[in-house]
Design a protein around this ligand. Structure first.
Ligand code: AMP
Length: 422
């Protein structure tokens, strides 16, 4: 199967070829013809499946009739609105829109929080057909009347499950109320929970359903392995594995911001270049960290679950769960960062006796056990008694996690400065 048969025109196919894509991914193969036909879509696809192109390519195609080179902003109303939960995802989508649309004279802009609003206002004023936005900053623009959404023809809700987790749905409702009633709606979510199905009923009109990976299954092409280890030897085991396997690019997950910062400085001190990325960092800091990692200047990027969403890193060879997540779903999201788009990857979990309950939760979701290995010199002491993990079981986020998440569905998340996340 090539891209030629999907109904995309030459200028878009040229951009796809320039990206180096030769074959559509399964989600692209299924979704592109449906979106071109004007259908609403409910799509289950995780990051890494090629979902961004699956909605962006047909949207560019559909909006092409409006492409014009007029200098008048009035000739460039927002016609497609792509809403996504995090800044990183927003940047990544905007980059894709730019790349795939480079031969089509449509204009796009991206708005997200954590950076000054004025340049965004200027971009919106100049007139753009495609707007990529995080909900919080989009609401700010709506409040300041710096964006007009009355001519939107296509709405994309990307990572809808995350938006639900992060408490963005009330904002989404307000945004949707500003759009024309007659429009095309595309909803993407890593999983189809009951809540997602309800959202689909609320926002979509007779949608076609596309599901590429079976529900709650880990990405194929990911080799999973688990190392049991003593509490106070995790850091050293990690360094041992990085050196032994000559890992050059490792994405490491911790449960909390504090653990991420601590681990990154520990690794750094021990001569393994590492940097932490989490939601307390400013946007330029996060962008710089990601760039350094992508360029190979730092070996380890240490991230929390919230911060990791939307990090677009191609063919990441290693993901390490330095700490297992509280939510089993997050394990699947995490390991989905390796073995992307056809390449294979290795997902390593370092597990102490304290985390056995978390491990059981993950294995129940996977419906299989993760194979384990013992690293020589790191054999765990079997007589150690488990200790409760701070924050697990209590639902107040007091463990210093990266923001309240799965249990705060109806509350917009605010960062310490009082600005809305995203
Ligand atoms: P996404 O799931 O949209 O985050 O995309 C994951 C990665 O796959 C991105 O780095 C894309 O550049 C890449 N990608 C998307 N479509 C294709 C394709 N048809 N062939 C190869 N790589 C692709």
């Amino acid at each position: 199967m090539t891209f030629d048969h999907l109904g995309l025109s030459a200028d878009i196919l040229r951009a796809v070829a320039e990206e180096g894509y030769t074959e559509p991914t399964p989600i692209q193969e299924e979704a592109i013809p449906l979106v071109l036909a004007g259908r609403d879509l409910l799509a289950a696809a995780q990051t890494g499946t090629g979902k961004t192109a699956a909605f962006t390519l047909p949207i560019l195609e559909r909006l092409k009739v409006h492409a014009n080179t007029s200098f008048s902003p009035a000739r460039h109303p927002v016609r497609a609105l792509m809403v996504t939960p995090t800044r990183e995802l927003a940047m990544q989508i905007a980059e894709s829109v730019g790349a795939y649309g480079r031969h089509v004279p449509l204009r796009s802009a991206v708005v997200y929080g954590g950076i000054p609003i004025d340049p965004q206002i200027k971009a919106l004023r100049s007139g753009i057909e495609i707007l990529v936005a995080t909900p919080g900053r989009l609401m700010d623009h709506v409040g300041q009347r710096t964006v007009n959404l009355t001519q939107v023809e296509i709405l994309v809700l990307d990572e809808a499950d995350r938006m639900l987790d992060m408490g963005f749905i009330p904002d989404i409702r307000k945004i949707v109320a500003l759009l024309p009633a007659k429009r095309q709606n595309l909803l993407f979510s890593a999983t189809f929970s009951e809540e997602i199905r309800r959202l689909a009923q609320e926002f979509l009109n007779d949608p076609a359903t596309v599901e590429v990976a079976a529900r709650n299954t880990a990405a194929e092409g990911v080799e999973q392995v688990l190392y049991p280890v003593d509490r106070d030897r995790k850091e050293d085991l990690l360094i041992h594995l990085i050196r032994r396997d000559k890992m050059e690019q490792v994405l490491i997950f911790t449960r909390t911001k504090l653990a991420a910062s601590r681990l990154a400085s520990y690794l750094d001190r021990r001569g393994v270049a590492a940097i932490a990325i989490h939601s307390d960092r400013s946007q330029p800091e996060r962008t710089r960290a990601l760039e350094d990692f992508k360029r190979g200047e730092v070996t380890c990027l240490v991230a929390t679950d919230v911060a990791s969403r939307g990090l677009d890193i191609e063919e990441l060879p290693y993901v390490v769960n330095f700490e297992l997540p509280f939510e089993p779903q997050d394990y699947i999201h995490r390991i989905g960062r390796t073995g992307r788009a056809g390449s294979t990857g290795i997902a390593i979990s370092l597990v102490t006796v304290d985390e056995v309950e978390l491990l059981k939760g993950v294995q129940r979701l996977l419906k299989h056990a993760i194979p384990f290995r013992v690293a020589e010199g790191f054999e765990p002491d079997r007589s150690v008694v488990p200790r409760p993990i701070r924050g697990f079981g209590s639902r107040d986020g007091a463990a210093g996690g990266d923001g309240p998440r799965h249990h705060a569905h109806h509350k917009p998340i605010r960062t310490r400065t009082g600005s809305r996340r995203g």
